[in-house]
Design a binder for this molecule. Structure first.
Ligand SMILES: Cc1cc2nc3c(=O)[nH]c(=O)nc-3n(C[C@H](O)[C@H](O)[C@H](O)COP(=O)(O)O)c2cc1C
Length: 306
């Protein structure tokens, strides 16, 4: 049989990807070199979230690894949008689409950042409306459906590239945020960012992180991410990109079945930089074994089989 398109190829809002596996924001994506390496096996790459000004982030410790995942409160360290242009220039040779992640405190900042990312050649922008530990940014803006809708529509008016909106799970109703993003004109939503969490150092009798409360990621949040995607799929018409806790190809299939059209992978890469290759191989073998001819056939299948 001659297949017209490769088995794993997907398209989201016009972005052509060789597979549904995307590098999540914040992991190995501040510098072009690592992004180019990951892009060899990933369908697309999201950059570290970039803001208007350079930020050093919080004092150490900013990251705490434990058995069930990772807790981080980095404080959105980034070189600032002007300087980040240098990395984006080096990414021009990249064959996988580059998605520029941005964070701002209001519409004006998001619009400015999105325009710059588009000018730098980003194939799409991802609005970080969900970072749980930076005062005045991220989740603090992204928990209000009214603000989400107005920021998204302002950015949509300002750029031609697709606009993805990364949602926070730290709300009672993620669907209302998803709907607000959709009403604002978002081309896709990404669910989820990290889950607010805390660990205590019992010797020092204080939080293990300098900033106190942080964001929890890795295998422990897999069921939360899957639940969010499942709920969003029931309500939204636009595509959903699943994220949170993926460390095996089986997890990728779970996300597709819950309703994700693609997935982002972050924390698990810290232990295994070759993970994308393994995920790609595992998903492909499963699809061949089950006789699927496209990723689309798997998307949201769990909604039909209840
Ligand atoms: C160290 C670290 C830094 C992160 N930085 C960002 C960021 O800058 N922007 C963003 O949208 N998400 C950021 N995230 C969240 C991830 O992109 C992802 O949403 C989350 O970690 C859940 O996926 P995972 O369990 O595969 O890591 C960061 C996560 C970690 C662990």
């Amino acid at each position: 049989m001659v297949r017209k398109t490769p088995l794993l190829a997907v398209e989201i809002a016009g972005l052509q990807m060789k597979n549904p596996l995307i590098l999540a924001s914040g992991i190995l994506d501040t510098y072009a070199e690592t992004m180019l390496r990951i892009a060899e096996h990933a369908g697309a790459v999201v950059t570290k979230s970039v803001g208007i000004e350079e930020r050093k982030g919080y004092e150490n410790p900013v990251i705490f690894e434990f058995k069930h995942g990772v807790l981080n409160a980095m404080g959105l360290p980034n070189p600032g949008i002007e300087k980040f242009g240098e990395e984006m220039k080096k990414l021009r040779e990249c064959r996988a689409p580059i998605i520029g992640s941005i964070f701002g405190k209001d519409e004006r900042e998001f619009v400015l950042l999105a325009r710059k990312m588009e000018m730098y050649g980003a194939a799409a922008v991802e609005l970080n409306l969900s970072c749980p530990h930076a005062s005045g940014y991220g989740m603090e803006v992204g928990r209000d459906p009214v603000l989400v809708k107005s920021i998204v529509s302002a950015v949509k008016e300002a750029v031609k590239v697709p606009v993805f909106v990364k949602l926070t799970p730290n709300v009672t109703d993620i669907v209302s945020l998803g709907l607000a993003a959709e009403e604002g004109g978002a081309d896709a939503v990404v669910a989820i960012n990290t889950v607010r969490g805390l660990r205590i150092d019992i010797e020092f009798k204080r939080s293990v992180l300098s900033a106190g409360i942080g964001g929890y990621s890795g295998p422990g949040i897999l069921p939360i991410g899957l639940r969010c995607v499942f709920e969003l799929k029931r309500a939204l018409k636009i595509p959903i990109i699943g994220c949170g806790g993926i460390s095996t190809w089986e997890n990728v299939i779970e996300y597709l079945m819950a309703g994700a059209s693609a997935v982002e992978v972050g924390t698990a890469l810290r232990e295994d930089a070759g993970l994308f290759k393994k995920l790609e191989r595992g998903v492909k073998k499963y699809m061949e074994r089950k006789g699927y001819e496209s990723v689309e056939e798997v998307v949201a299948i769990a909604h039909r089989n209840r």
